[in-house]
Each structure stands twice: as structure tokens, then as C-alpha cells.
Design a protein around this ligand. Structure first.
Ligand code: NAP
Length: 304
């Protein structure tokens, strides 16, 4: 099964089923169990989703062993993420809360966004996660929604670099993310993509990519003899760009379909990857704006 290497020597499956949004969040046990039964091997949760416990139960209830499932969780801050950062002397207790609810140490633990750290204390915050890793209380550590200035703060003299930065990443965020992605390349930080279906599901019209994604979906459907939709094309585009996909569904058919995509050998042509990338860069549209659009200038591109 396809996975990507992380800079700390571990690897991460290329598709995650997240339980932070929609029906997946509400049905974290039943949907999580179905995701695992169907063959998915990565669950993405967080303190904020209030279902770390259910994540642990979903894994426990399934016949796969814990060792076969990759789990990501996040320290999210108290209640509202922006207004209630976690004080430095509360981090250990907060992390232990995640571990207790899950019932195990997750494979990957992230800072949910830079505002989880008290103002000006991001570096000190990261150091505590580094210590927890050194003590064997955490495994891989990474970040989420980190802008160039946040990455710079934690990378400076870091003992352990973040192995991933989980971002809203899809073709319509590419232009804005350029400086972030340059830092990722320089420091071997894997990009993981949440909200990957935004161009199809949340952009008001689908924008210029919509007909292109549908055209490619038709070609793949004919080539592989399977029903491959435009959403799958976006996920396969991520895979081609070595980006791990964090998607979600509470719909049983879609969960099974996602597992099928995860296990498939379906591939876009290099020209198709290039076309999606080039057209994506002509507009800027992001759904989750609260963190990444703060003090990080937007490209002067249209939304549509
Ligand atoms: N780090 C962060 O700050 C952050 C922020 C947001 C999300 N996340 C993580 O990323 C996960 C995914 O986020 P997201 O929901 O924004 O991802 P997404 O993949 O863009 O959207 C998933 C949504 O699309 C629907 N869907 C799935 N497959 C579909 C298909 N083939 N056609 C049409 N609709 C489809 C699902 O609804 P149905 O249930 O109806 O299938 C689900 O509500 C979250 O659950 C969470 O784990 C992290």
C-alpha cells in the first residue's frame, strides 16, 4: 500500500480518513470501523474534534491490530483555538489527555495551528514536543496550518524538525502556499492535505478546474473499467505530487470507495498532473481561512 517516507525514518499512508468534519465526526466509531474494515489504514483526529476516545474505540472494535493503523492526533488548544492557547506548563497534561483518550500513543502528533501556542512562544512550545518525543512519550511530531513565519520559528535550531505540515492544500491554494512549500522542500517536511475536495465541493462554481477534472475522470473510468469520479482525480493528483490526502466521509459507499482509491494503482498522466497544477495556480480560493490568511499576504489572483 502506498505510503510516503517522513524525515524521521517512519512512513505515512498516502490517504487518511479524517473524523473532524461532517458526518464522519458524529459517527466516529461506526464510520471509523467501516473505514478500517474497508482497508483504510490512517485515521486523522484531534482534540478539537472531541472524538479521540471514539477513534480509539473504532480501532479496538476492528479486527486489524493497532500496529497496522496509522493514527494522527493534534493538540488543539482550549475551546476556541485562537483565544485560548495552551500555556507552556499545561502542554504535557494536555498531550497526556490525548494519549489517555486514545488509549495509545498516536503515530503522529501535531500542533493544530500556530495560535495554540501563547503569543511569541511557538519555539518554546515546540521544544516541549521535542522533549516528549525524546522521552518516548510521543512518536513522530509535526505541525498544521503553519505559515512561513511559524515554520521559521520552530525550525531555528530545532532538534527535531516537524515531519509534516498539514494544510488546506489543493490546486486553488498552490499560489498562496508557494513560500510554505519551498520551506517544506528545503527541510524535508511532507505536505499533508486537508480539504482536498474544496475545488469541487466548496468553491462556488468549481472554477476552471471542474471540467478538466471531469474529463480526466472519464478517461480513467474507461482505462481502468471502474467508476472513477472527479473527487478521486483530485486525490490522485495529490498522490502524484507526493502529498498525503486527509479526506473525510460518513457515507458508507464513499468510505468504501475511498478505500478502493487508496488501494488502487490508478495514476494520472504527467500531462494531466501538470494541467491541474497550472490551471489551479490561476486562482486563489481557500475554505478554511482563519489561520492561514492571517499575516500571510494573499496572491493577487481572482477567486473564480
Ligand atoms: N488541520 C486542520 O486544521 C484541519 C482542518 C479541516 C480538516 N482537517 C482534517 O481533514 C479531514 C478532511 O477535511 P475536509 O472535510 O475538509 O475534506 P474534504 O475531503 O475536502 O471533504 C470531505 C467532505 O466531502 C464529502 N465527500 C467525500 N467524498 C466525496 C465525493 N467523492 N464526492 C462528493 N463529496 C464527497 C464528505 O461528505 P460525506 O460524509 O457526505 O461523504 C465530507 O464531508 C477532516 O475530517 C479532518 O480530519 C484538518
Amino acid at each position: 500500500m502506498a505510503s510516503f517516507q517522513l524525515s524521521d525514518g517512519t512512513s505515512i499512508p498516502w490517504v487518511a480518513w479524517g473524523n473532524g468534519t461532517g458526518q464522519a465526526k458524529k459517527d466516529a466509531i461506526e464510520s471509523g470501523k467501516l473505514a478500517l474494515e474497508s482497508g483504510l489504514r490512517h485515521i486523522d483526529t484531534a482534540q478539537l474534534y472531541d472524538n479521540e476516545k471514539e477513534t480509539g474505540i473504532a480501532i479496538e472494535k476492528d479486527s486489524v491490530s493497532r500496529g497496522e493503523v496509522y493514527v494522527t492526533s493534534k493538540i488543539s488548544g482550549l475551546q476556541s483555538q485562537e483565544e485560548n492557547p495552551v500555556p507552556l506548563d499545561e502542554i504535557r497534561r494536555s498531550v497526556q489527555g490525548s494519549l489517555d483518550r486514545l488509549g495509545f500513543v498516536p503515530d503522529l502528533y501535531l500542533i493544530h495551528n500556530p495560535f495554540v501556542a501563547p503569543p511569541g512562544q511557538l519555539k518554546a512550545f515546540w521544544k516541549v514536543l521535542e522533549e516528549l518525543k525524546d522521552e518516548g512519550k510521543l512518536k513522530s511530531i509535526g505541525v498544521s496550518n503553519f505559515r512561513p513565519q511559524d515554520l521559521k520559528a520552530v525550525l531555528h535550531g530545532a532538534k527535531h524538525k516537524p515531519v509534516v505540515n498539514q494544510l488546506e492544500y489543493h490546486p486553488y491554494t498552490l499560489a498562496h502556499l508557494e513560500p510554505v512549500l519551498e520551506t517544506h522542500a528545503k527541510h524535508n517536511i511532507l505536505t499533508t492535505s486537508y480539504g482536498p475536495l474544496t475545488p469541487l465541493l466548496r468553491h462556488p462554481t468549481g472554477g476552471p478546474l471542474k471540467p478538466i477534472l471531469h474529463r480526466i475522470a472519464s478517461r480513467l473510468t474507461k482505462k481502468y473499467g471502474e467508476d472513477i469520479d472527479a473527487a478521486a482525480v483530485l486525490l490522485l493528483w495529490l498522490k502524484a505530487r507526493q502529498v498525503a490526502a486527509i479526506t473525510a466521509s460518513g457515507n458508507p459507499d464513499r468510505i468504501k470507495n475511498l478505500a478502493k482509491i487508496f488501494k488502487s494503482n490508478w495514476e494520472l498522466d504527467p500531462e494531466e498532473v501538470e494541467e491541474i497544477t497550472t490551471v489551479g495556480k490561476t486562482i486563489h480560493f481557500r475554505f478554511y481561512t482563519v489561520h492561514m490568511e492571517k499575516d500571510f499576504p494573499l496572491p493577487s489572483l481572482p477567486r473564480e
